[in-house]
Design a protein around this ligand. Structure first.
Ligand SMILES: [Zn+2]
Length: 135
């Protein structure tokens, strides 16, 4: 069972790679998910909206809804190919859902800064800047 925080990060990771969020019959893509040490207002709004409609909210390309992700029979595992979180049924035969990286041409790409949660401390920001400066 994933925590709300893990599910939020899972959505944020994939949306940083351009994946869209499906909420009911709407499909939303964000240019910016992270703004320094916090999520963007737009992402927070989508997250609130998704939590209000958990049965119809999922990542584009995934058939696992927010409600399923937050239930005990699902968990988030690291994709063996790209290390990003991917939903997996935690009961019965363990089958990892197809990872959203399956049909995402730009990912995995180990030359770019990987998707990340909001950065909280100045030191983490410094190390990110150093990595960006080197590439
Ligand atoms: Zn993957």
């Amino acid at each position: 069972m994933a925590t709300a925080r893990e599910v939020k990060e899972y959505l944020a990771y994939w949306m940083q790679l351009g994946r869209k969020l499906v909420i009911g019959d709407r499909v939303v893509q964000l240019d910016r998910v992270i703004a320094g040490d916090h999520y963007t207002t737009r992402f927070e709004e989508l997250w609130q909206e998704g939590q209000a409609h958990p049965t119809t909210t999922c990542l584009e390309g995934s058939n696992v809804t927010l409600q399923q992700l937050l239930a005990p029979n699902y968990e988030l595992l690291e994709c063996p190919r790209c290390d990003l979180p991917v939903p997996s049924a935690s009961l019965g035969p363990r089958s990892v859902q197809p990872c959203p990286c399956d049909d995402l041409n730009i990912w995995p790409n180990f030359d770019t800064v990987p998707p990340h949660p909001p950065i909280n401390t100045a030191s983490q920001l410094r190390s990110l800047q150093e990595r960006l400066g080197k590439s």
